[in-house]
Design a protein around this ligand. Structure first.
Ligand code: ADP
Ligand code: ADP
Ligand code: ADP
Length: 214
């Protein structure tokens, strides 16, 4: 099973990725998590990516495509994977196609910008695992701590409101064209395309996915 999650920053991709990983037993490939791990580890890649990410801009297609190619070649991706945050531009989608990486489902999460801004203000993350919480909508069992490890949760530097608005602008400009791109792929029977109303509560979105993906 190969799935692409498409949607604005904060649309709920990472949250639903946790559900889909468990449902299908496939790994989550989150390019954002991979970049943040590289920053934390102080690698060359991390050094290149940090300033760009903190400013809310996109890392270069070349760098990201290389990263994903390497990741998809690993053994745990043989039975499938869940792409979260990739592709984010037309050249990234073209690169997947050129490399013969087909997908079964493209799932688009539809959420208006004003809802996104509110979500990002309350987002808290567990850096080690990719688990995501929200102060109000999806709070951890213990305030400020990850449910599974008890580690401290953190606030992403790029979740500050001005940066979120900038990221939304970039989403509409560079990522939104992928909606038409994959709808055309679906019309040619290359994949199935699904739009989900991402404003519904977390559990409701999960049960819709549970029902529609098989
Ligand atoms: P390591 O101890 O080598 O960092 P990990 O289990 O953390 O091992 O990661 C194994 C591979 O998966 C690495 O290539 C890493 O970049 C990648 N990886 C780690 N976290 C994620 C994630 N959330 N999404 C996609 N790939 C990830
Ligand atoms: P969100 O889902 O909140 O937008 P991500 O964790 O997916 O955030 O991405 C965080 C940042 O990492 C992006 O703003 C961008 O700088 C960089 N990034 C992640 N994925 C990509 C990608 N596919 N192409 C370019 N930049 C990326
Ligand atoms: P993305 O990976 O698309 O950037 P996240 O999964 O990180 O999005 O979600 C962004 C924020 O919104 C997080 O704080 C998360 O807990 C919260 N969130 C996710 N899905 C929902 C939902 N359906 N309703 C309300 N809040 C949500």
């Amino acid at each position: 099973m190969r799935i692409i999650l498409l949607g604005a920053p904060g649309a709920g991709k990472g949250t639903q990725a946790q559900f889909l990983m468990a449902k299908f037993g496939i790994p989550q490939i989150s390019t954002g998590d991979m970049l943040r791990a590289a920053i934390k580890a102080g690698t060359e890649l991390g050094k290149k990516a940090k300033a760009v990410m903190d400013a809310g801009q996109l890392v270069s297609d070349e760098l990201i495509i290389g990263l994903v190619k390497e990741r998809i070649a690993q053994d745990d991706c043989k039975a499938g994977f869940l792409l979260d945050g990739f592709p984010r531009t037309i050249p990234q989608a073209d690169a997947m196609k050129e490399n013969g990486v087909d997908v079964d489902y493209v799932v688009e999460f539809d959420v208006p910008d004003e809802v996104i801004v509110e979500r990002m203000a309350g987002r808290r993350v567990h850096a080690g695992s990719g688990r995501v919480y929200h102060l109000v909508y999806n709070p951890p069992k213990t305030e400020g701590k990850d449910d599974e490890t008890g580690d401290d949760l953190s606030i992403r530097p790029d979740d500050e409101e001005a940066t979120v608005r900038k990221r939304l602008g970039i989403y509409h400009e560079q990522t939104k064209p992928l909606v038409a791109y994959y709808q055309a792929e679906a019309a040619a029977d290359a994949c199935a395309y699904l739009t989900i109303d991402g404003t519904q509560p977390v559990e409701q979105v999960s049960s819709l996915l549970d029902e529609k993906l098989s």
